[in-house]
Design a protein around this ligand. Structure first.
Ligand code: PFF
Length: 452
């Protein structure tokens, strides 16, 4: 029995929906802290090179796979080759790892929004505020549950469209705000220009294999690749919309927002710390420590801070919704259950996993697994292990099982495919070797077997 699949109306609808899922905390929270940690300009350069070659090819492949089969990840792979059914399951496991800790960070955003709204902006600019907050057992848990609860209610009621409408308006405002904050910081704060140089000038002495590992993981995460999402989006795409052009637009948009977020945060880190290694390498807390300081120094900073965190909250919500929707629809497809039961189940699983991440900063702050804090471990597992593995297997699948020509034919149904050669070379040769090397080196590195 073939169910009729609903499709996006028009080109803009597809690109905007995919971009709404892609642009989220990955761009605003994760990209800047990785860029700060892994050498600034060199990270940016590696990221862009990866995005236009590898990211582009993978995005095109995933969208085309979805559009060809009209199925989500599990169905798409198994309908083309039984032997590769496992790949659909592996890709689908990634959102289950990401969503819980995504909601933990979403909770941090809500807490900061509430702080700005209630006039605590001065306190939040204090050095120890963030660490004290995440170390305070139950409050972060409460915000995490609230963020996830809102996401679950939206998914349960199926009212995503309303949120997406609001966020279409919020997104341009967010971009203007990010730009404004960047310009303000660079023009008014001593030392910020050094940060701009650090961010924009590649320093090759800072290059290491870890730069590539981190940039690649970030690219998957940010563009929602290697987790079945783009396959699902492709399955809703009409045949007259150009896959190649859409992929380029989504990439440009996603990378553009990440680039601006880096320009907002990295110069500020320099202004406040003079580019101190410890401040640059501070990791997940970077945005939450640096931004309140900028807002505290601005006229009307409290209002701007509140507006900023509100926009970030919407960007985070649209991404969390698409993550949760993906997991719910997998359960609905595979297990005979109602939507309500599926939402409850996902909520339960994510609460358990999210609690681990949350309490990893308080009750279990001493716990280190392969040298990592719990949230970092989930992040590492999804971005540096599962996604490269999925990308590697997807390339083998496209390159050698169904053959690139199958997808090229699908893509050419809607017009010429200009980067056909790049696509073939990437999926057949470069990307598989590359992902495998990256995967091995990151795993060997954390296990302490090889130091890279
Ligand atoms: N790409 C999102 C971000 O950068 O925040 C994260 C994400 C959202 C991944 C939705 C997957 C997804 F389905």
């Amino acid at each position: 029995m073939e169910k009729k699949r609903s499709t996006f109306t028009g080109k803009v609808g597809f690109v905007l929906a995919a971009a709404g899922s892609a642009v989220g905390l990955g761009n605003i929270w994760r990209f800047p802290y990785l860029a700060a940690k892994y050498g600034g300009g060199i990270f940016l350069l590696v990221y862009i090179l990866l995005a236009v070659t590898f990211g582009f090819s993978l995005m095109v492949a995933e969208i085309a796979l979805g559009r060809k089969t009209r199925l989500s990840a599990i169905g798409a792979f198994s309908s083309l080759s039984r032997r590769f059914s496992f790949l659909g399951y592996l890709a689908s496991a990634v959102p289950v790892i990401i969503l819980p800790y995504y909601c933990v960070i979403g909770g941090w955003v809500m807490k900061y929004l509430a702080g700005f709204v209630t006039g605590s902006s001065a306190a939040m600019a204090g050095d120890a505020y963030f660490n004290t907050y995440i170390g305070g057992t139950w409050e972060p848990v409460g915000w995490f549950l609230l963020f996830m609860g809102i996401t679950a209610v939206i998914v349960l009621l199926g009212v995503e469209k309303g949120i997406e409408k609001v966020s279409k308006f919020m997104m341009p405002v967010l971009i203007v705000l990010i730009l404004g904050i960047a310009v303000y910081t660079i023009c008014t704060m001593d030392g910020a220009l050094d940060g701009v140089v650090y961010y924009l000038r590649p320093d090759f002495s800072k290059f290491s294999v870890m730069t590539v590992v981190a940039a690649m993981g970030q690219m998957f995460y940010s563009m929602s690749l290697s987790m079945g999402i783009m396959i699902t989006f492709g399955s809703y795409m009409k045949r007259d919309i150009r896959v190649e052009k859409s992929a380029k637009q989504i990439e440009l948009f996603d990378t553009g927002v990440a680039f601006l977020a880096g320009l907002m945060i990295i110069p500020a880190v320099f202004a406040f710390s003079g580019g101190d290694e410890a401040a640059l390498g501070q990791g997940p807390g970077l945005m939450f420590v640096t931004l309140p300081k900028i807002f505290a120094s601005m006229p009307a900073g409290g209002i701007i801070g509140a507006a900023f965190f509100l926009m970030v909250l919407f960007a985070a919500l649209t991404s969390a919704i698409s993550l949760m929707e993906t997991i719910v629809s997998i359960f609905l497809d595979k297990l005979a259950m109602t939507r309500k039961a599926a939402c409850l189940l996902v909520f339960g699983i994510c609460t358990a996993l999210g609690l681990l991440s949350c309490l990893g900063y308080s009750v279990w702050s001493g716990v280190r697994i392969i040298g990592m804090q719990i949230l970092d471990l989930f992040d590492f597992l999804s971005n540096s292990v599962c996604m490269p593995l999925v990308a590697f297997a997807t390339c083998l699948f496209v390159g050698y099982v169904i053959k690139p020509q199958t997808l090229i034919a699908e893509i050419e149904k809607s017009g010429p495919f200009r980067e056909k050669r790049l696509f073939c070379v990437m999926v057949k040769y470069v990307a598989p070797v590359f992902t495998l090397l990256i995967l091995l080196s990151s795993v060997l590195d954390v296990l302490g077997i090889v130091k890279i």
